[in-house]
Design a protein around this ligand. Structure first.
Ligand code: C2E
Ligand code: CA
Ligand code: CA
Length: 561
């Protein structure tokens, strides 16, 4: 078979569209794939120009490529091409000269490969990679890409993060579908009423970001934040249900100090986190001290993990709790201590919140419980003959209560340490209990079923609901230190303590006062018929070795009574 025949067969069989044109861009030849795309017979195409078949727009679009091919160049491009029946197809194009035997150009070929399907898949992938499927907004990755682009060309920018407060609670209580409706409504409103921005993105589960390019104009940014806060307050679900939304808003501006664009996002999120910690519904501009604080927390978290592995830095202190009537030793409160090898003693007020936010408190709390159980079992044997059994108070954090197997863990510790459950008193705060009241009450009932005693710590400082208080299966209320220390200032403050004591009486709970620092405090509390007391006036929290003499009956405060 002569070569041209073979070539013709190839041309007829291949799915690539091939068209041959003369110097006036008139069709000379078209293979079946080309003809099928155009929906025309060869006879309809022959002698007609591109403009006549596909319209002037397309003629102009490919003009440059055709001209270059006619000048002898081979040009490869890709782009959208109209289909004669409407719609656009994405094609890879090759324009190449067609030469006579003497080398002169007689016209050009156009090879068109339709990759619309592949292109659509690519677009889908792009959308998946760079857009949030729920809100349809740009995602974190695309935001970072834009910020990187600005930084690359030296364009300053400001980033505002809008983090919806209490969103996780809303989703837990009202459901995922409702939460999504809210997000979609917020996305739409921010786009419509939030004022112009260069990019609006969803950067996390419940946070949006507004990217504003150009030199930062703080008053203008403040005005924008006002608008955004108003938009958040106005959000609705699509079914029209309103919830009271607020946002924690953090702002950071790109500066020379930022090596990487993503550091601006980090700063804005640090500022947002700070607002959230302080209760939300506000905004804050990032400042470097915030960063230092986060770095410090990350370091402490790292050191705390290390301390938990090594086991010689963490220990438990025991503060005696005194029977206010007899002045005898009633029990102890176990308090966690951390002796950092380089930084000395780190207060629980510093490391406990870190342990809580990282979840480390679950393991730490269980460790304290185990230590305390072992200790009280040991002391029970050493106490003065004939005295009442000592109890051991152990603090619980909300995180521990939310562990689904918490009651089982407690049961295991009690069994393993051979402690009498009634010697153990667990202290919980009002907020920990009220947060999920019904669920908490069930857990408390289970614990109490084991024979363990329960106490509400820091009573009066949290939001407690009196309607729940009488339903709580508890044994004691612990009057917060702030009321005790304020007792001497006014009759009003004394009245608060009196009311708490009376309330406890009424509900059948006993009362422990903490933070007793002076003889006067102790006398006043005794007059108010408070059952137990704890404070520096009696003793500070002590290492087990130093607390042991108290167990054996050496009570230094006894002389003062
Ligand atoms: P808290 O449960 O209210 O513990 C009482 C705090 O008051 C202790 O502080 C104690 O040292 C302090 N204190 C006792 N008597 C006096 C006094 O007369 N005057 C004054 N000004 N303070 C007194 P500490 O040991 O620094 O613990 C602080 C908080 O850390 C505790 O408050 C508790 O919420 C938390 N915490 C301590 N250990 C643990 C633990 O093992 N687990 C959990 N979840 N939290 C713990
Ligand atoms: Ca406590
Ligand atoms: Ca307390």
């Amino acid at each position: 078979m002569p070569a041209p025949d073979i070539l013709l067969q190839v041309m007829e069989a291949m799915p690539v569209m091939v068209g041959l044109f003369d110097t006036h861009r008139r069709h000379v030849y078209a293979n079946p794939a080309y003809r099928a795309f155009m929906g025309s017979e060869m006879a309809d195409l022959s002698g007609r120009t591109i403009a006549e078949v596909l319209g002037d727009d397309h003629f102009r679009l490919t003009q440059a490529m055709a001209d270059r091919a006619l000048r002898g160049e081979v040009v490869q491009t890709e782009g959208w091409m109209p289909h004669p029946n409407g719609g656009q197809h994405y094609v890879i194009r090759l324009h190449a000269p067609q030469r006579r035997p003497d080398g002169s150009v007689a016209g050009y070929f156009a090879l068109l490969y339709d990759i619309t399907e592949r292109r659509k898949t690519q677009d889908d992938l792009f959308r998946l990679a760079y857009y949030d499927p729920v809100s349809g907004l740009a995602n974190r990755l695309l935001l970072l890409k834009h910020m990187g682009d600005y930084q690359a060309v030296g364009e300053p920018f400001t980033l505002v993060i809008v983090d919806i407060d209490r969103f996780v609670e809303i989703r837990t209580s009202l459901g995922q579908a409702f939460a999504n409706e809210l997000l979609i409504d917020l996305a739409n409103r921010l786009g419509r009423d939030g004022g112009p921005v260069d990019l609006l993105a969803r950067v996390s589960d419940h946070a949006f970001a507004l990217l504003v390019a150009g030199e930062c104009d703080p008053p203008a940014v403040e005005r924008k934040i006002e608008r955004v806060a108003a938009v958040v307050r106005a959000a609705r679900s699509s079914s029209g249900a309103a919830v009271f939304l607020s946002a924690s808003i953090g702002v950071a501006t790109w500066s020379e100090a930022h090596e990487r664009a993503e550091d601006v996002l980090r700063d804005a999120e640090i500022a947002t986190g700070r607002v959230r910690e302080q209760g939300g519904a506000r905004h804050a501009w990032f400042d470097p001290a915030m960063h230092a604080r986060v770095v410090e927390q990350v370091r402490l978290e790292h050191d705390l993990r290390r301390a938990m592995e090594r086991g010689d830095e963490l220990w438990v202190a025991y503060q005696p709790i005194i029977d206010m009537v007899t002045g005898g030793l009633a029990g102890f409160e176990a308090l966690m201590r951390w002796s950092h090898p380089e930084r000395g003693s780190i207060p629980p007020g510093v490391f406990i919140p870190i342990a809580e936010s990282t979840g480390l408190i679950v393991r730490l709390g269980e460790w304290v419980l185990r230590e305390a159980c072992r200790q009280v079992a040991d002391w029970q044997e050493k106490r003065v003959p004939g005295s009442a059994p000592l109890f051991m108070s152990v603090n619980l954090s909300t995180r521990q209560l939310r562990e689904p197997d918490f009651a089982d863990r407690v049961r295991t510790v009690v069994r393993e340490t051979a402690v009498e459950p009634s010697w153990i008193k667990l202290e919980l705060t009002e907020s920990a209990v009220m947060e999920k009241a019904e669920q908490s009450i069930r857990l408390l009932e289970t614990l109490r079923g084991l024979g363990i005693k329960l106490s509400i710590d820091d009573f009066g400082t949290g939001y407690s609901s009196l309607s729940y208080l009488h339903k709580l299966p508890i044994d004691s209320l612990k009057v917060d230190r702030s009321f005790v220390s304020a007792m001497h200032q006014s009759e009003e403050n004394r009245a608060i303590v009196r009311i708490i004591v009376d309330l406890a009486r009424l509900l059948g709970f006993d009362v422990i006062a903490e933070g007793i620092e002076t003889t006067a405090d102790a006398n006043l509390l005794r007059a108010l018929a408070c059952d137990y007391g704890q404070g520096y006036h009696f003793a500070k929290p002590l290492p087990a070795r130093e607390a042991e003499p108290l167990v054996e009956g050496n009570l230094p405060w006894r002389q003062e009574l």
